[in-house]
Design a protein around this ligand. Structure first.
Ligand code: ATP
Length: 525
């Protein structure tokens, strides 16, 4: 039985054919993965299915019946639900209020709605409490609320856009368990992901899109991650270089007893101290919401610390404004690229200048040099393989992964001494991820110091020279990236561990040890 069928979908934007004659058939009771390089056209296709955009050509059928969607409300009415990558819940409201908001007509906002939420939560093992405040929930719980919200509106087909990018391994397993429950009740899931290992473990079928067209479908049992990646790219993947240690004894950034408190007095960062040397990558592991955002804000100067000292190459910078920190060699790949990394409505070349207005090649003396900035934007687009029809299009018109490549390219271009990299490859496809790792490793060889924050534990272990675990605003544990496994690090992140994490050498565990990713093949294994 077919849940959803998209046939002959074509969608054009100025200078780009985002979807060209795409076919996608999703059967009832299955997880159907959609994979493809950055800019391949996955989000566009899903926006069409969710009524956010209209196709230029092609048809959509739900339960075998042709439909025309003019808005998401139309799609929801036909049982299509979408869980976006950026959660859309109101923090200061309860789960019940968030779920009911906008759909009060269904079950009101009282006892009936509460009962319904409990019923859905139990049926699919979502473990959602109606009266919890959303701001008290962690990332995984918020995601389950989002899933419950679309189920509450009657979704039978759920679109999940890179749902695992923000989860630790144990949470990914729990999510996949939820998806199995959905399937067993005859619901369908469309799962977008760049993590090919996960795709192969959870999907029943896979559709591969390349440059706007369906290039084929695959069945997990008969496919390897490498084959899948090569179907996506249309050629062999590059193999990133292996890494040798480049750590020196010359400190670049020193943080001493940093403390930052919320308005109510609760410590968001408590007694944080570390040093990163030339040629060293310090990885910070932690479940989102344990102080990572505050640490990054304090280092780049977006939020003043309440106490403590930050030094850059021996000089105290604690009171410096952001602009001066950047001018003196701090690069910044932000966690939220839309809020802190890009001016979405400005052209790419203006985004090249953002955060670096006074620096070369953007500035010549006191003046901006648009020509040089444009020239350099072209160079970044080529070097970092940003897929775009030109440098005059807006940042908003780039696909998510290509926006990320532009930011990484811009920050690396200024040859920073210290790079704050928050999720540097989030939303980026396997090929581009390997390329970004190479760029970071090369700069590290030349002395770059990096603070790496990532929810991708393979990336964290593979790139870092030193690992620390952040929990509830404190650095509670450290680990050796050459021996620790993602599973061990994942459990330490939930707060159970302190001190030095020892790798467990017992035979059962050793069998599961997965090495740091040196190539996409390893990564996706
Ligand atoms: N509103 C828009 N205006 C102009 N071009 C757009 C718009 N939306 C998408 N595009 C272009 O359509 C193409 C497909 O983009 P899409 O976001 O669908 O890719 P994707 O496969 O989801 O990529 P990613 O993995 O990076 O999220 C890209 O070339 C993108 O630049």
């Amino acid at each position: 039985m077919t849940a959803v069928e998209l046939a002959g979908i074509t969608k054009r934007f100025p200078g780009v054919v985002a979807n060209h004659d795409i076919h996608l058939t999703v059967r009832k009771g299955t997880v159907h993965a959609l994979v493809g390089e950055n800019g391949a056209g996955k989000s566009t296709l899903m926006k069409i299915l969710y009524g956010m955009q209209k196709p230029d050509e092609g048809t959509i059928a739900v339960d075998g019946e042709k439909v025309h969607f003019n808005s998401p409300a139309d799609a929801i009415a036909r049982g299509i639900g979408m869980v976006h990558q950026h959660f859309m819940l109101a923090d200061n409201l309860t789960v019940l209020e968030n779920v009911v908001l906008g759909s009060e007509k269904l079950y009101g906002i009282g006892a009936r709605a509460r009962r319904k939420i409990k019923e859905i939560s139990e049926r699919y093992g979502l473990d959602v409490r109606p009266d919890a405040l959303v701001e008290e929930l962690g990332v995984a719980a918020r995601q389950r609320v989002e899933i419950l919200k679309v189920l509450y509106r009657g979704a039978r087909t759920l679109i999940l856009d890179e749902p695992t990018a923000v989860l630790v391994p144990q949470e990914v397993d729990a999510l996949f368990e939820n998806l199995r429950e959905l399937k067993s009740e005859g619901l369908s899931v469309i799962f977008i992901s760049h993590k090919l290992g996960e795709v192969l473990s959870v999907a029943d079928e896979i559709t591969v899109i390349r440059r706007g067209t369906t290039v084929g479908t695959a069945v997990p049992a008969e496919t390897t991650p490498r084959q899948l990646a090569e179907m996506m790219v249309g050629s062999e993947l590059p193999t990133p270089e292996t890494a040798e240690s480049t750590v020196t004894d010359r400190p670049v950034i020193e943080v001493d007893k940093l403390r930052l408190a919320a308005p109510g007095g609760k410590a968001l960062l408590d007694d944080i101290s570390f040093t990163i040397h030339e040629g060293e990558v310090l990885g910070i592991a932690g479940v989102e919401g344990n102080g990572q955002t505050e640490l990054v804000d304090a280092l780049i100067g977006l939020r003043p610390a309440d106490s403590g000292v930050i030094r850059l190459a021996g000089e105290e910078i604690t009171a410096w404004p952001t602009r001066k920190r950047r001018e003196q060699g701090i690069g910044y790949i932000p966690e939220d690229r839309h809020r802190h990394g890009l001016l979405l409505e400005a052209p790419l070349w203006e985004n090249r200048i953002l955060g670096h207005v006074t620096e070369k090649p953007n500035a010549k003396g006191f003046w901006l040099d648009p020509k040089a900035a444009q020239e350099d934007t072209r160079r970044i687009v080529a070097t970092y393989d940003v897929r775009t029809p030109g440098i005059d299009v807006t940042a908003a018109s780039l696909s998510g992964g290509n926006q990320q490549k532009l930011i990484v390219g811009r920050e690396m271009s200024h040859k920073p001494r210290f790079l704050i990299a928050a999720h540097p490859t989030r939303g980026v496809d396997v090929g581009a991820q390997a390329a970004i790792w190479d760029h970071i490793r090369e700069a590290r060889r030349e002395g770059l110091a990096v603070l790496l924050i990532s929810a991708d534990l393979d990336e964290l272990i593979g790139l870092s020279d030193t690992l620390r675990v952040i929990y509830d605003g404190k650095l509670v544990a450290d680990a050796d990236p050459s021996t620790i496994t993602p599973e061990e690090l994942g459990s330490a992140m939930t707060g159970a561990a302190s001190g030095h994490l020892e790798h467990d050498e017992t035979p059962e565990t050793t069998a599961e040890v997965s090495k740091a990713p040196e190539s996409p093949e390893d990564e996706a294994r």
